[in-house]
Design a protein around this ligand. Structure first.
Ligand code: SF4
Length: 683
């Protein structure tokens, strides 16, 4: 296991990277609800109403609870808001609702002190509890830094003492976008900075012997969130080896709305849950909060069903790590193979679609595929896979290939079938032939590889099934390639434990002397997955390895995702969510809360309408001027609510227009994009 930046010793963040056992934590009680230990993953959300509007906040809380939300967070931006939490709680009790409440605090320790007497949990942001963000560049000496820490501790300690008295729990909720200037100057806006920021606050808690602490490490970039949570898990383990750690609240912040918001959340949250990290989750969507609950529940229940039993072991031992550094993203280095546009090497992660078995009416399938792919415009399908069965399907395959060609579909064909297909003449129409490694003798496999290579077809060796079986298949595949003298090959992975199986393959390929083969990640939907479940599962199964730096191509099944075009669309969204291939505008929009001064969902939709053709441009749409600018992360442009009907516009972190009327703000934003040379007219 490699080491995190800034530390001398290797720190493993997970016991077995091929298994994903749940991280051991203590239980933190939040009212009637336990977080961590053996409790299920708790699903939570946040109200978007004005906290002073008791009726609206209670009504929304009631809707959230009815949808399955187990903990509800409410913003407390002022003392008045904090005091009104009492009325909200009383009204909830009157309606017989005992859902625990969390007060969300930014910048206002006074409000936190009041909230701690009322609600079951208080969330503080270490970036702004005792600091104002000025983006100041300061070189701190060690003594000056220590002094700053003492100042922060003096400000924070009274809250901890109050919470010890009242029994309230605490979330130390670090956000990537709102680190203090002190942390930024010493560590930069890095996962390490996020972790240090949180641990400074934990030091005060432990100094006061207060341990009812839950942590979060949110970022709008799923990769950054994953790295920060991992690093925190490792650092906490190093502080108290072998002891149950503090539970984690896991989420990707400002994920946006619709499919992109769901995919980005599923990648970040899902990747962490695959490693057993996460005790309560929130999916932050720029939509009605009640819509977050089914997404969060689906992710939580899927992860719980996959977590291994205490006696289970992966049984996999590999002499190399699955990635160079789990605390920083680096794509695995491979040689490129010659297939279509090229896979591996410097090529972007390719997008392929699995059409399933060759049907009885190939003409109809070809017409559907051609139409749906044409609708995707610039999103190119870079490989079409078909499953070959009996002799009948071989005739159908010829027809399908001819029809696709006639209809102008240029994606190269991949034929996936039994080992025997490698020896038949003509050897199909596939530019690439996929053969199974499982169940084949080394001799047969080597002969098949040789036969395909002789005909100039790219060889794909399919590794399928449980993780232990995939580990054995990699060895056999590598032996067969060595025996046949072929090195222009691709390994594909299809496993119900997709992320762990991908790691096994990457680790085996990292062993000394192994070839640098590219890896294709194939998403295999569960038989009973509905489209929403399939979308989320695909984002987890493909996104998690991609964030580990593993994967040179992805393949999604057309049938389970609503057709070839839809599968291509989802694949590119996943690649963008994992920050690996940008094909659209990137939106960073907050979920809104009681601080929001306009209809964020509607505003975001309006801005998207004007800008969603600006590939690669990052636009933040944030609900308030207090927190929004800090949390816009690496957006190119910011659209931030700053008063009723008023918007402040940013280029990067710089304010360029204040108090712009909401009616004209989208036009001004477009002008700004144009002035900064990033505009192009829609096609
Ligand atoms: S940025 Fe959005 S979610 Fe965050 S505090 Fe402001 S309005 Fe609320």
């Amino acid at each position: 296991m490699s080491r995190p930046p800034g530390t001398a010793e290797p720190l493993p963040y997970v016991e077995d990277p091929f298994l994903g056992r749940r991280r051991s934590t203590r239980e933190v009680r939040v009212g009637d609800v336990g977080i961590g230990a053996d409790n299920p993953i708790r699903v939570q959300s946040m109200t978007t109403t004005d906290t002073r509007d008791t009726q609206a906040t209670v009504d929304q809380t009631e809707r959230l609870v009815a949808a399955g939300c187990e903990i509800v967070r409410i913003t407390a931006p002022s003392i008045t808001d904090a005091e009104n939490l009492r009325s909200i709680q009383a009204e909830l009790r009157r309606r017989k609702l005992r859902v625990p409440l969390v007060a969300d605090i930014h910048f206002t320790p006074n409000a936190a002190m009041i909230a701690a007497e009322i609600v079951e949990k208080v969330r503080v942001n270490p970036g702004n509890y005792a600091d104002k963000k000025k983006f100041a560049v300061i070189e701190y000496s060690d003594a000056a830094y220590r002094e700053e820490l003492e100042r922060v501790a003096d400000r924070f300690r009274p809250l901890i003492r109050r919470m010890k008295e009242t029994g309230a729990a605490l979330r130390i909720g670090t956000n990537h976008g709102s680190l203090s200037d002190r942390i930024m100057n010493r560590y930069g806006d890095t996962p390490l900075g996020m972790v240090e920021s949180a641990l400074e606050f934990l030091d005060v808690c432990e100094d006061e012997d207060y341990r009812e602490v839950v942590f979060s490490m949110k970022a709008s970039n799923a990769q950054v969130a994953i790295q920060a949570y991992r690093l925190l898990a490792a650092r906490l383990e190093a502080r108290a080896p072998g002891e149950p750690g503090y539970p984690f609240h896991v989420g990707v912040t400002e994920a946006g709305d619709s499919e992109d918001g769901r995919i980005k959340s599923a990648i970040g949250i899902g990747a962490l849950l695959e490693d057993g990290i996460g005790d309560t989750i929130r999916v932050s969507l720029t939509e009605e909060p009640v819509k977050e609950i089914p997404v969060a529940s689906a992710l939580a229940r899927r992860a719980e069903a996959r977590w291994p039993k205490p006696q289970e072991a992966s049984g996999v031992t590999v002499a190399a790590a699955f990635c160079e550094d789990p605390y920083a993203h680096r794509r695995r280095e491979t040689d490129a193979i010659s297939f279509g546009f090229g896979i591996g090497g410097d090529a972007p992660v390719r997008v392929e679609v699995d059409l399933g078995p060759v049907p009885e009416e190939p003409e109809r399938l070809a017409a559907e595929v051609a139409t749906s792919l044409a609708l995707q415009g610039e999103l190119v399908c870079e490989g079409l896979r078909v499953q070959l069965g009996d002799a009948g399907s071989r005739a159908g395959l010829t027809l399908l290939a001819e029809e696709l060609k006639a209809l102008g579909v240029t994606a190269p064909l991949i034929v996936d079938g039994p080992l025997e297909q490698a020896f038949e003449e003509p050897a199909h129409l596939g530019a690439r032939v996929a053969i199974p490694t499982s169940g084949a003798s080394l001799e047969d496999l080597s002969d098949a590889v040789r036969a395909l290579a002789r005909r100039g077809q790219t060889v794909e060796l399919c590794l399928e099934g449980p993780v232990q079986s995939v580990a054995l298949q990699v060895d056999r595949a590598l032996e067969a390639l060595a025996a046949s003298g072929v090195d222009d090959a691709l390994l594909s992975v299809a496993s119900p434990r997709a992320s762990h199986a991908a790691r096994v393959v990457a680790a085996k390929l990292a062993e000394p002397g192994s070839p640098r083969l590219p890896i294709l990640l194939r998403y295999m939907p569960a038989a009973d997955a509905d489209p929403q479940a399939a979308l989320l599962a695909a984002a987890v199964d493909l996104g998690a390895p991609l964030c580990d730096g593993i994967g040179d191509a992805v393949c999604l099944p057309a049938l389970a995702l609503g057709g070839a075009g839809a599968a291509v669309d989802i694949a590119y969204r996943i690649l963008q969510g994992a920050r690996l291939r940008t094909t659209r505008t990137e939106y960073i929009s907050c979920p809104s809360c009681g601080r929001t001064l306009f209809d964020l969902e509607e505003t975001t939709a309006r801005i998207k309408q004007r800008t969603d053709h600006l590939k690669g441009v990052k636009i933040a749409v944030m609900g308030c001027i207090v927190n929004g600018p800090g949390e816009m992360a690496d957006a190119d442009f910011g659209y931030v609510g700053s008063g009723v009907g008023k918007v402040t516009l940013y280029v990067g972190k710089d304010v360029v227009a204040r108090a712009v009327p909401e009616s004209s703000a989208p036009d001004r934003l477009v002008d700004l994009i144009r002035d900064n040379g990033m505009w192009r007219d829609p096609a």
